[in-house]
Ligand binder design. Structure first.
Ligand SMILES: Cc1ncc(COP(=O)(O)O)c(C=O)c1O
Length: 418
């Protein structure tokens, strides 16, 4: 696949080989990552990348769009069938631009939005002060209950009734539990708010029907197509028919420009793949591994936020181990296990240091690791947490990581990357 780059730009070719080696020799456990199939790489590098297109099938601003029209219609049909949705828009470039597009579709500056706190598991694009949208819309945030570390639905309902938001958002980037979509939909209806679910993290599990779907409950559902969905770097928006026109206008011309139709081709492939038994089996493994990892870490004395997980995310409180999230992330990285530091609910530490880490099981499950390997990984994590500066321990851990991961190749067709 890299034949031409190899000839014309050896420096870049070299970087690609280095990244291949890094990813192959590391245990990738960043919860927002996945490993895409060859087809996704082929299609994102396909001739469709040359086509400039704005608008929708049958109504484009550019000529020569008849094949692309067919592609977008096919992708839309596959998406609607997979998720059982009334309407879909597959033009967003990512999860975050899906969210921006919904805001552009449904909100006016100053409108009120109720969403989950970032430090309790929400997302930057749900009104964090660090994101520019916090200056455009009037956000308030609900959080989790301090005892259960699960969404405080009473607080959410009270806030919905007193704040009267135009939009209520559920979903997040570090929330390991099933969300009661029906309950939030009920209060949204009561206060006349639009209900949006951002299923960026759980989209693959939902597609495989191994996690409750927000589609029947929410007016609008946004998603990334990377994370558990394991497709190309892009986004998607589903909605009830009543919102279809507004959402389409909000995406284009409201928020985005020309379509990444090459990425849409890869999305179309992934949407079909996500309906297969092979995909479902991997998603089941993702869930089994997350549960196994949480249990194994707990046995080693780590505290698991909310007491467990219902998805691919394990949130670990590191305070029992006297190590910060930042130190843990760096020490693990040095032995070849890739995770990210993350604030935990009511975290006394800053987002740059944190008392916790977020660990995801999508990539390892795709590579074929199972519960027995989760046990080994938990052991290595414990050794690292308890000896983050002991070079002999870290070296021994690096060897264990290499020994383990070489049994589960990242890709079997090495030639594809040469
Ligand atoms: C809940 C949620 N929404 C949106 C996004 C953004 O997705 P993307 O990286 O595809 O823009 C993320 C990614 O971290 C996320 O966790």
């Amino acid at each position: 696949m890299l034949h031409y780059t190899k000839q014309s730009d050896p420096a870049l070719y070299d970087l690609l080989q280095k990244e291949y080696q890094r990813a192959s020799n590391n245990i990738e456990m960043i919860a927002s990552e996945s490993t895409v199939p060859y087809e996704v790489m082929e299609l994102t590098g396909s001739v469709f990348t040359n086509k400039t297109l704005e608008g929708y099938p049958g109504n484009r601003f550019q000529a020569g769009s008849e094949v692309a029209d067919e592609l977008e219609r096919l992708a839309n049909e596959r998406a609607k069938a997979l998720y059982g949705a009334d309407h879909v828009n597959l033009q967003p470039y990512s999860g975050i631009t899906s969210n921006y597009s919904v805001y552009a579709s449904l909100l006016q500056p100053g409108d009120k939005v109720l969403a989950m706190r970032l430090d309790h598991g929400g997302h930057l694009s749900h009104g964090s002060v660090a994101n520019f949208l916090s200056k455009v819309y009037d956000y308030r945030h609900y959080g989790v209950n301090q005892d259960t570390e699960q969404i405080d639905y009473e607080q959410l309902e009270e806030m919905a009734r007193s704040f009267r938001p135009k939009l209520i958002i559920a979903g997040g980037s570090s929330y390991p539990r099933v969300i009661d979509f029906a309950r939030i939909a009920k209060v949204a209806k009561e206060v006349d708010a639009v209900f949006m679910v951002d299923m960026a993290h759980i989209a693959g599990l939902v597609a495989a029907k191994l996690h409750p779907s927000p589609i029947p409950h929410a007016d609008v559902v946004t998603s990334s197509t990377t994370k558990t969905f394991a497709g190309p770097r892009a986004g998607m928006i589903f909605c009830k028919e009543a919102f279809a026109k507004k959402i389409d206008q909000g995406v284009f011309p409201g928020a985005l420009g020309s379509i990444h139709i090459h990425t849409m081709a890869a999305k179309a492939w992934s949407l079909q793949y996500a309906s297969t038994d092979a995909y479902r089996a991997i998603m089941q493994k993702v869930l089994d591994n997350a549960k196994a990892l949480a249990a194994a870490l707990e046995k080693k004395g780590f505290r698991i936020v909310s007491g467990g997980t219902d998805n691919h995310i394990v949130m670990v409180d590191l305070r029992e181990k006297n190590i910060s999230g930042k130190q843990f992330q760096n020490a693990l990285d040095s032995v070849g296990i890739t995770v990210n530091k993350n604030q935990i609910p009511f975290d006394p530490a800053s987002p740059f240091v944190t008392s916790g880490a977020r660990i995801g099981t999508t990539c390892v499950s795709q590579r074929g690791l199972g519960p027995a390997e989760m046990d080994i990984i938990a052991g290595i994590m414990n050794d690292v947490a308890e000896n983050p500066e002991d070079t002999a321990v870290l070296e021994a851990c690096r060897k264990k990581v290499l020994l383990l991961i070489e049994q589960f190749p990242l890709y079997t067709d090495r030639a594809f990357f040469e």
